[in-house]
Design a protein around this ligand. Sequence first.
Ligand code: ITT
Length: 196
Amino acid sequence: MELVVATRNQGKLREIRALLEGSGITVLGLDAFPDLPEIEEDGATFEANARKKAVTVARATGRLTLADDSGLEVAVLDGRPGVHSARYAGETASDADNNAKLLQTLASVPAENRQGAFCCAMALCNREGECRVFFGKVEGLLLDSPRGEGGFGYDPLFLVREYGRTMAELPMEIKNRISHRGQALRQALEVLRTRV
Ligand code: ITT
């Protein structure tokens, strides 16, 4: 079975491909559909954005589509950057820019108040626009300097307490076992298995 994964984020795509390896599902990234327009992520929640991305691409391609909307919620920042995680430091911000902005914003926050969580909403939609949505969340602590080269986004700042390592220091296999994205995708896979 073929599944379109509606993301332009190569880090997400790598993790989703690894999670679906051996499932019998062939992942088509958006590279396979170069003419699709950009989708404005203007929803107030991860779920709204995930639904919008998946429905738009499913209708445009006529294919079953999965979309991930995710981000980092920082308790002391009342949940920011949240749905704005990808563009926290501005419209064209890189991961490095976003991490620098987060470090600066949290500069005076002591270690005991640096709780954060990665959250994911994953929408699986058919070409009629019917969707199922799945969720995942993982808690961690935000460090005051980056550690590790793996993953993407805020991973180098996100310490997973039970491993004493950042998400960027963990092999992808372990990140996928515990991550917000892994949790959501395993639920989606249960549904996909009934269609393979
Ligand atoms: P698509 O919409 O094309 O999928 P995007 O990067 O714009 O790509 P989102 O709007 O869902 O996707 O924003 C996700 C951002 O949240 C991402 O760019 C990172 O900054 C952060 N993020 C999400 N999951 C993460 C993870 O596993 N590790 C580190 N940062 C993550």
